[in-house]
Design a protein around this ligand. Structure first.
Ligand SMILES: NC(=O)c1ccc[n+]([C@@H]2O[C@H](COP(=O)([O-])OP(=O)(O)OC[C@H]3O[C@@H](n4cnc5c(N)ncnc54)[C@H](O)[C@@H]3O)[C@@H](O)[C@H]2O)c1
Length: 252
């Protein structure tokens, strides 16, 4: 059990990568605060975890872009489980794949609110809780979009660039409190977001994208969860400020 007695909060845990992370962390002994805006998805994941190990997960319906929701999700970790050791800022969205001049201001604002400002809120609320336990691990889901951006996704790519730089900045600044901060950079993954990135879903579109990934497939929730587990665990005690590519060689 690599996360025995740890408490982890995972945002966007009602689907995709976050679901995989929450379920793997629970199997490795962590207690989980499942956070999602989508109550059906979040509840389903918390129930799946609790069906295997009773009282291991609680669900919080929250919009991570909202400061008071963010405060409430962190409070739930301390109220339900006595503290917080691991924060996974994973919830994310994108505008559709389209030319940059067609991306509206409202789309820009929402992408940056969910992908970037949410981390600002979560850090403000979670750092005191992590420090109170003598340190912890913050994991931010960025993307290969930050490192090897594709056309049609300009402001999504930029938001993930901000996630990588924020992670590296925080790593230096929070190290004295023994809080490690790392970013995950998955390549295109088979989740509901994939169609948004590809500009529609079809066997041809998939083949086109997969052709740019040397290992010849999309990323899976298991790939991302395995990397997150390593960064959350004590095995990564000396790893901070890293943007870990989970990309089958796409950025190599
Ligand atoms: N799928 C990919 O190809 C891919 C590749 C690289 C990075 N990512 C990143 O991985 C993360 C997870 O994406 P995914 O592919 O699993 O997508 P997903 O859509 O399957 O899951 C994202 C979850 O976040 C939730 N969410 C969205 N906005 C929210 C908000 N404001 N507050 C709380 N919850 C919110 C959604 O309800 C959903 O359950 C995102 O940050 C995404 O940008 C995805």
């Amino acid at each position: 059990m690599r996360l025995k007695d740890k408490v982890a909060l995972v945002t966007g845990a009602g689907s995709g990568f976050g679901e995989g992370i929450a379920e793997l962390f629970a199997r490795e002994g962590a207690r989980i605060v499942v956070v999602d805006l989508n109550a059906d998805g979040g509840r389903r994941v918390a129930e799946t975890i609790n069906a295997e190990a009773p009282d291991r997960a609680v669900f919080v319906e929250a919009d991570v872009a909202d400061g008071s929701d963010s405060a409430r999700m962190v409070r739930t970790a301390t109220d339900a489980f006595g503290g917080l050791d691991v924060l996974v800022n994973n919830a994310g969205i994108s505008h559709d794949n389209k030319p940059v001049l067609e991306i509206g201001e409202d789309e820009f604002d929402r992408v940056f609110a969910v992908n970037v400002k949410a981390i600002f809120h979560a850090v403000r609320h979670a750092v005191p809780a992590l420090a109170a336990r003598g340190g912890g691990s913050i994991i931010n889901t960025a993307s290969t979009a930050a490192l090897r951006p594709r056309p049609g996704l300009a402001w999504y790519n930029a938001s993930k660039g901000a996630v990588v730089v924020a992670s590296k900045s925080l790593a230096g600044e929070l190290a004295p409190q023994n809080i490690r901060v790392n970013a995950l950079c998955p390549v295109l993954g088979d989740t509901p977001l994939a169609a948004t990135f590809m500009g529609g879903d079809s066997p041809e579109r998939r083949a086109q994208f997969v052709a740019t990934i040397p290992l010849g497939r999309m990323s899976s929730a298991a790939d991302v969860a395995g990397a997150a587990l390593y960064l959350a665990s004590d095995e990564a005690a000396f790893i901070t400020g890293v943007a870990l590519e989970i990309d089958g060689g796409r950025c190599a």
